[in-house]
Design a protein around this ligand. Structure first.
Ligand code: ADP
Ligand code: MG
Length: 228
């Protein structure tokens, strides 16, 4: 089943001089249920722009972005927000947890729009358990390590059983051991729940833990052929 489809997607920005710069140029891509794709590429090449388009956080300048078979351009703000909340999980380099809330409360935030159920609570507890955070559920983010906070951010992103988890340099602030563990856990969830995983990373070593690696260069996605 196709979860996300990009059809000749372009993203251009207008410069103050009235010209336009092309960040993404005619990208076509199909993400199926359960896929695991890593995207690598130098800083500023458009990785975040691409991920934001795939997550309906931004809109394409050209082409079509389909999520669950629905053209994102045809949705209003409310419909897009609903689609993101129900179908897409996001993790960024910074965890963006609410400092005044406990780990468990943070994890349940995406369920609040529809009212957290006892099933949500059970799922939260289960995921915290699986991620080695069971004894941390009543702690606040300030009492956790960076690696633990990112694991909580992944659980929060996964709580609504999204069709896809989009991770934009999720290990960017972590040491090697914590980065490795985070990717291992994301891949485990990807397999267990058949949730597609798309991860942007600077680390070739971490990228290779996913099923497929592509390089974003000159506004296009290329198969990655190894090398530095
Ligand atoms: P990456 O995530 O690969 O580091 P980004 O997707 O953040 O790259 O940015 C790609 C390019 O698009 C950069 O040159 C950046 O300056 C430019 N860019 C991103 N957002 C905007 C914006 N809102 N307006 C103008 N240029 C932007
Ligand atoms: Mg980026």
């Amino acid at each position: 089943m196709t979860v996300i489809e990009l059809d000749n997607v372009g993203r251009y920005y207008a410069t103050t001089a009235g010209a336009s710069i092309t960040v993404l140029d005619s990208i076509s891509l199909r993400i199926l249920c359960g896929d695991a794709l890593a995207i690598i590429g130098p800083s500023g090449c458009g990785k975040s722009t691409l991920l934001n388009l795939m997550g309906a956080l931004d809109q394409a300048s050209a082409g079509r972005v389909m999520i669950d078979g629905r053209d994102v351009a045809g949705l209003d703000d409310r419909q897009r927000a609903k689609l993101r909340n129900e179908r897409i999980g996001f993790v960024f380099q910074a965890h963006h947890l609410l400092p005044q809330c406990t780990v468990l409360e943070n994890v349940l935030v995406p369920t609040l729009v529809r009212g957290a159920s006892s099933a949500d609570l059970a799922r939260a507890e289960q995921l915290l358990d699986d991620m080695g955070l069971a004894d941390r559920r009543h702690h606040r983010p300030g009492q956790l390590s960076g690696g633990e906070c990112q694991r909580v951010a992944v659980i929060r992103a996964m709580i609504n059983q999204p069709a896809v988890l989009l991770a934009d340099e999720p290990t960017g602030s972590l040491d090697h051991a914590n980065a490795s563990r985070l990717v291992e856990l994301m891949v485990k969830l990807n397999k267990q729940e058949q949730c597609a995983l798309i991860m942007v990373t600077h680390s070739v070593e971490l990228a290779l833990r996913l099923g497929e690696v592509r390089e974003l260069r000159d506004g296009r996605l290329h198969p990655w052929r190894g090398g530095p």
